[in-house]
Ligand binder design. Structure first.
Ligand code: PEP
Length: 256
């Protein structure tokens, strides 16, 4: 049984004091969380404050939005995996479509980052997803297959089960347009079939595949009821603590 994982990708939003206010509101609403895993992923500057604020909340993890693949060196402005580990970060988003589209990250770069993260003991939230143009051209499977195979090349069977895959169709990110549960499930099932090809059915069955793209409280439950959807990566709707708590509650409701 794969434990569902709900992650809040704050992107470049919330200063440290705004994040602390967010966390206080989130903390007062969230109550017990046993059946799902929750990850909050702020900007780098806010990680230490949130790690210490979440110390007494074992089911809440703090993640990072990016990292460099090298261990150290002359890479001005970059952050390494060991720097994140030293802050007790557990998850790191890699290959987000905004990094691919705006910062030129290729499948090869994403692969270097995935391997460096795993080597340092971090769990990648490895993002994949097609653009609208690729979907309209009937290339969804071709794109997903390429991104999975190249992005996870050289990753051991043991490390593969540490990875969380986030299927995020680019046309659904920040647009208010969500994939239907059937569209999302079809893509997730296909991704799992590729994961089976590059590993084994047992390993692929353990890997969690999140859906991302305009997830909101109202569409969470139906998405989470799909067989191969194991959680959500939430952008815009995670910036309001009450809305993120409602998303977590709808995900828990989908388990019943
Ligand atoms: C994201 O950036 O990962 C995302 C899914 O954003 P949104 O929920 O705003 O579409």
């Amino acid at each position: 049984m794969r434990k569902k994982i709900l992650a809040a990708n704050w992107k470049m939003n919330l200063t440290q004091s705004e994040a602390e206010s967010y966390f206080a509101a989130f903390n007062s609403e969230i109550g017990e969380v046993d059946d799902v895993e929750v990850v909050i992923i702020p900007s780098f500057t806010t990680i230490p404050a949130l790690v210490s604020a979440s110390e007494k909340m074992p089911s809440i993890r703090i993640g990072a939005q990016n990292m460099h693949w090298e261990k150290s060196g002359a890479f001005t402005g970059e952050i390494s995996a060991s720097m994140l580990r030293a802050l007790f970060v557990k998850y790191v988003i890699l290959g987000h479509s905004e990094r691919r589209a705006l910062f030129g990250e290729t499948d090869e770069i994403v692969n270097r980052k995935v391997r460096a993260a795993l080597e340092a003991g971090l769990r990648p939230i490895f993002c994949i997803g097609e653009t609208l143009r690729e979907r309209d051209a009937g290339k969804v499977e071709e794109v997903l297959s390429r991104q999975v195979r190249l992005g996870l090349e050289g990753v051991s069977q043991k490390d593969l089960s540490e990875i969380v895959v986030a299927y995020e169709p680019c046309w659904a990110i920040g647009t208010g347009r969500t994939a239907t549960p059937a569209e999302a499930e079809q893509a997730h099932a296909y991704v799992r079939s590729i994961l089976t090809e590059i590993s084994t059915a047992t390993v692929a069955d353990r890997i969690r595949i999140q859906y991302g793209g305009s997830v909101k409280p109202d569409n969470t439950e139906e998405l989470m009821r799909q067989k191969d959807i194991d959680g959500a990566l939430v952008g815009g709707a995670s910036l309001d603590p009450r809305s993120f708590v409602r998303i977590i509650r709808r995900a828990e409701a989908a388990l019943k």
